[in-house]
Write a protein that binds this ligand. Structure first.
Ligand SMILES: NC(=O)c1ccc[n+]([C@@H]2O[C@H](COP(=O)([O-])OP(=O)(O)OC[C@H]3O[C@@H](n4cnc5c(N)ncnc54)[C@H](O)[C@@H]3O)[C@@H](O)[C@H]2O)c1
Length: 249
């Protein structure tokens, strides 16, 4: 087993099963998911084409970055016309591996897990919740969003039987590794971990950690930076001295 970590060069293969394909930077992958959300809305509204400027504005990026991201996946717009929305949706979906079905198993249906399990948006975007697990006898046998909560001991065969491809871990940290191991035994190769712990997984298994507190800390950093209360980052930055420090040195 090895510890989960991001690829050191920040690049992700276009298709995890196809190591020969051209790598796409992780940051681009994240933006592609945002472009897809906007494009899906445009498609539902019956739009045939979209300009790079409009798509970029709706996704919150600049249009040069958007054009570069899309050129990395081989998509190019027509000057004066823009991008064909349905073709671009298909190209982004293919890059994100969304052309094959994904079934999601969620483990730990407490406060967080219950909210996630009841959210219909995952199914709408191609990630139906196929299985729910917990160990609490008060929860096992109950139904959330039409899916019955089963005992976590059954993870290996239930997930294998339902073809689960993505596992979501929403248990307390001490239980997370064992839950992860059960998911891996069932053949799950993609794990989204909410528990505040680092999961060890074998090669070929991808773990993404979600930590809202980290996101808030990053926001806090940017706010502090805008207000000039933190020094500029970088090797040449010198810490600011308080008047007391300045005097005592
Ligand atoms: N990443 C984030 O931003 C974020 C935000 C909130 C909570 N969390 C984390 O998510 C996890 C869940 O938080 P919560 O508030 O829902 O906790 P909770 O206590 O309400 O729910 C945890 C659930 O996990 C179940 N559980 C315990 N051991 C289990 C096992 N071995 N197998 C299956 N289920 C098991 C419990 O019975 C309970 O229902 C915690 O680790 C918490 O720290 C992360």
């Amino acid at each position: 087993m090895r510890s989960a970590r991001a690829p050191e060069d920040g690049l992700a293969p276009v298709d995890p099963d196809d190591t020969g394909s051209r790598p796409v930077p992780e940051a681009t992958v994240a933006r592609l998911a945002v472009y897809l959300r906007v494009l899906t809305t445009l498609l539902a509204e019956g739009r045939g084409t979209v300009s790079s400027e409009e798509l970029a504005a709706a996704a919150g990026v600049n249009s040069a970055k958007l054009r570069k991201d899309l050129s990395l996946i081989g998509s190019s717009g027509v000057r004066g016309v823009g991008y064909d929305v349905s073709r671009l949706v298909a190209e982004v979906e293919a890059t994100l591996g969304l052309t094959r079905p994904h079934a999601v198993a969620l483990v730990g249906v407490g406060n967080l897990g219950h909210a996630l399990a009841g959210y219909g948006g995952f199914a709408q975007r191609g990630f139906p919740v196929a299985a729910l697990f917990d160990v609490d006898p008060a929860l096992v046998g109950t139904t959330i969003g039409g899916v019955e909560v089963e005992h976590a001991d059954t993870i290996p065969w239930v997930c294998a039987e339902r073809g689960v491809t993505i596992g979501v871990v929403a248990t307390p940290a001490p239980a997370a590794q064992q839950v992860c191991d059960h998911l891996v035994t069932a053949g799950v190769r993609s794990i989204l971990n909410f528990a505040p712990t680092v999961l060890a997984v074998p090669a070929g298994v991808e773990v993404r950690k979600v930590d809202l507190a980290v996101e808030m800390q990053v926001l806090s950093f940017h706010v502090a930076r805008r207000h000039g209360t933190v020094p500029a980052a970088g090797p040449t930055a010198t810490p600011r001295q308080t008047p007391r420090e300045a005097v005592s040195r």
